[in-house]
Write a protein that binds this ligand. Sequence first.
Ligand code: NAD
Length: 355
Amino acid sequence: MQAFVYEALPVRVVFGWGRIEEVAAEAERLGMRRALVLSTAGRGAALAEDVAARLGGVCAGVHPGAVMHTPVSATEAALEVVREPRIDGLVAVGGGSTTGLAKALALRTDLPQLVLPTTYAGSEMTPILGETEGGKKTTRRDLRVLPETVIYDPALTLGLPLSVTATSGLNAIAHAVEALYAENRNPVIDLLAEEGIRRLARALIELRAAPEDRTARTAALYGAWLCGICLGSVGMALHHKLCHVLGGMFDLPHAETHAVILPHVVAFNAEACPEAMAAVGRALGAADAAKGLEQLARSLGIGRALRDLGMPEDGIERVVEAVLEQPPWNPRKLTGDGLRAMLARAWHGAPLGTG
Ligand code: NAD
């Protein structure tokens, strides 16, 4: 066995069906007396109102102002609310966009965070914050943004539309896949990654047939949790870098972008990391990792082309330049020609390739 470093992150996790009932007790445990509940607008706001009611007198207000890719402007608007009535804690209910807003606020105020995830994005398990300003997404690692407590209640994911369930699930699987070939990978995270992919992939297929199945919803959220730990614990590589650049540059939908790109990056990297590919293949029950991921995406009805997500074709060159300007660690050496060819395949929705 190779030498390694393993660093555990200090997050309290409360997992299980109906555990939303403990939100007031968990907020109190963090010393909150005037908590602000955060969410996105629309469906997210209804969930936030439910959480606010459960918090009772501890809730000082609801702010449904979270936006995809955590624009700094949305954080500044929320800061006004946080400062006014002397908020002493943040309760985020929603997907990665809502968690992102809580983290951005915690970075600037050091307020404690209690997060109730409703998608499989995994942000709640990481000390990573991505913020967007002027079409550029910048990422930082800082323990101040790591939530103190996370309540995983699968009942909160029941309303997640099947399309979001699928793409969000692939987003989570991407964390585990890149953890398996991370520069600082370690055997503990390898275990979580393979198991996370296995649980989530199986549950996503079951949910396609029965979206409200409690056992499958629970397994999916459990798998997503494991994948989130992977993202928070080891460094990522080309796949995450590409998705960040694409999201920031063209405001592409986060989870859908991950879902389209993942099989292409895995095919591109495959030869350079055979052990990781074997683990992904085992988890999916597939002989070839990239084809297994592509097959999973197809069977979940996920689109195959970046052009369908709104990326302009002349954007390929800009993405190549942005990636090579600050190249990520990656198991395979990155070249302009290699990236260009892979992005062109992903843009057109063409078959996987390695060149
Ligand atoms: P999201 O939070 O924007 O949610 C997607 C959509 O689903 C939204 O319209 C939301 O209102 C809706 N939704 C969420 N939960 C629902 C539910 N239970 N029922 C019905 N509708 C629901 O998207 P996301 O994919 O969860 O998160 C994406 C964001 O998270 C991006 O900004 C990304 O950069 C960030 N992210 C960050 C990290 C990190 O570690 N920093 C990790 C993963 C994702």
